[in-house]
Design a protein around this ligand. Structure first.
Ligand code: NAD
Length: 503
């Protein structure tokens, strides 16, 4: 596929009041095509006036949207789902051109986002309240779930479509209005989705996109008309967002970084395990919060497993995601250089570089932000290669002597997003799911991202807040519970009684 020559002066705008809204702040940031290694456009960086305009539009749209019947709201969701499914190829191309992930992977993230849209089309079921008749004489009590108002959704670069879709379908179906603040590295997917909402018949102001950086995030956190914040990104920023949001009285869910381990027991099917390690370690160039970044091999399995991983990596094609390659570039040059620097750290710390991705031959432009799949054996657990999130195609191997040693290692880590065990021993797997201190667990499944009917979120430094994304927890996050105690008078009045109401 040929790539049109970009107009680098194009500025990705905001999406406010159901239309593109050019920025007047005068501040922009460059957006790259990572496979070409060039700036293709700019993105608007919101200032305070633009933040206020975005929130004011969402606030103004809220009362009418809240009062639109659930059936009508769901009809718009159905239409959005239909349009997105029909035109997902367009969105995948946008994602690949700004993120770099291969087209099939971009389609994958859209499909996982669509799952949440489909879940939200049936939200009527999840919004049902409870009813107790006759809790006291002539008194009934019932509860309803009501929307919050304007909610902010702040997303990372690595899933420009799926991560916002973890949140906005449920928030919107529940009657809220949303302001999405995408990553400044790949902002166009959100604007495209704004246009799609318009075509689906969503009233203006219900879905808003505010482009920007820290200033936009701080503006949403501090804004008195924003009721809740859903954040996904790195751990330091997630913690900051959680603390700031709480300070300004908001409901916050803030999902952070990860370091996901795959525990391989000696009885595992090594072909299945090697496939899984390569797919989960190098898919999307390792830029997934659920990527496997550490293989914990219970001896004597490591040598045989490493051989099988090497055989598979030798068949991978790294290059432009539009050319049918297996793995694309990293998102920016700075990120590529940072990821590559960990290979030097590994060498200095005495690890063994089993596969070196530096200087790899690619099917793409030489200026692209390339780093090939890299496998590092015998990584000391004191090394920064082990302790820090790398977020690139660098897979570490740590060798341990027993199941218990492996579990201790994982449980002592700072993060708790995802993990997986590979084994044919059902008893060991059952013990693992019980003992492991991680929020999402795979059993012979390397990337255990729960389907939309369940909820997504890690433990420890991988998530701040107590309510996870999508599924029943998502519904809970975007609604507030109201309890109504009602009495319809019968002919006998109770008379005056100043005591506390009791049954
Ligand atoms: P990031 O933390 O740099 O950015 C995330 C968002 O925060 C962006 O919208 C960005 O504009 C904003 N931001 C950046 N710096 C800020 C600051 N100082 N103050 C306020 N806002 C700021 O993350 P990223 O590099 O875009 O994404 C990669 C990270 O996201 C990785 O750590 C990855 O593990 C994590 N992630 C986690 C999950 C999860 O579900 N736990 C999912 C996807 C990505």
């Amino acid at each position: 596929m040929s790539v049109a020559s970009p107009n680098t002066a194009t500025v990705v705008p905001h999406w406010i009041d159901g239309a593109q809204s050019p920025s007047r702040s005068g501040r922009t940031a460059p957006v790259y095509d990572p496979a070409l290694g060039v700036v293709t456009k700019q993105v608007a960086m919101a200032d305070r006036a633009e933040i206020d305009a975005a929130v004011a539009s969402a606030r103004a749209a809220f009362p009418a949207w809240r009062d639109t019947s659930l059936a009508k709201r769901q009809t718009v969701l159905f239409k959005f789902r239909e349009l997105l499914d029909a035109r997902k190829g367009e969105l995948a191309e946008i994602i690949t051109s700004e993120h770099g992930k291969v087209l099939s992977d971009a389609m994958g993230e859209i499909t996982r986002g669509l799952e949440v849209v489909e879940f939200a089309t049936g939200l009527a079921h999840h919004l049902k309240g409870e009813y107790s008749e006759g809790v006291s004489t002539g008194i009934d009590v019932y509860s309803t779930r009501q929307p919050l108002g304007v909610v902010g959704i702040i997303s990372p670069f690595n899933f420009p479509a799926m991560v916002p879709m973890w949140f906005f379908p449920i928030a919107i179906a529940a009657g809220n209005t949303v302001v999405v603040k995408p990553s400044e590295k790949d902002p166009s997917a959100a604007i495209w989705m704004g246009q799609l909402w318009k075509e689906a018949g969503l009233p203006d102001g219900v879905f808003t996109v505010l482009n920007g950086d820290k200033e936009a995030v701080d503006g949403l956190l501090e804004h008195p008309d924003v009721q809740a914040i859903s954040f996904v990104g790195s751990t330091p920023i997630a913690q900051y967002v959680y603390e700031q949001g709480a300070k300004y009285g908001k409901r916050v869910q803030a999902l952070g970084g990860a370091k996901n381990h795959m525990l391989v027991l000696p009885d595992a099917d090594l072909d299945l395990t090697a496939d899984a390690a390569v797919n989960a370690g190098f898919g999307s160039a390792g830029e997934r919060c659920m990527a496997i970044s550490v293989v914990v091999a219970v001896e004597p399995v490591a040598d045989a497993l490493i051989e099988k991983i090497k055989e598979r990596v030798a068949t991978l094609r790294t290059g432009d995601g539009r050319r049918g390659c297996d793995m694309g570039p990293l998102v920016t040059e700075a990120h590529r250089d940072k990821v590559a620097s960990y290979i030097e750290v590994a060498e200095a710390d005495g690890a063994v570089i089993a596969i070196d991705g530096r200087g790899i031959e690619v099917d793409g432009e030489p200026e692209g932000f390339w780093l090939g799949p890299t496998l590092i054996d015998q990584v000391p657990v004191t090394s920064r290669v082990y302790t820090e999130e790398i977020f690139g195609p660098v897979l570490s191997v740590v060798r341990v002597g027993s199941y218990e040693e492996g579990v201790d290692l994982i449980n002592n880590g700072a993060f708790g997003n995802g993990t997986a065990i590979f084994t044919n021993d059902g008893g060991a797997a059952r013990r693992f799911q019980n003992e492991i201190q991680v929020g999402m667990v795979g059993i012979n499944v390397p990337i255990p991202v729960p389907v939309a009917t369940f909820s997504f979120g890690g433990w420890k430094a991988s998530m701040f807040g107590d309510t996870k994304a999508h599924g029943a927890e998502g519904v809970k996050f975007y609604t507030q519970l109201k309890a109504v105690t009602s009495r319809w008078l019968d002919p006998s009045h109770g008379g005056l009684n100043l005591g506390f109401p009791q049954n």
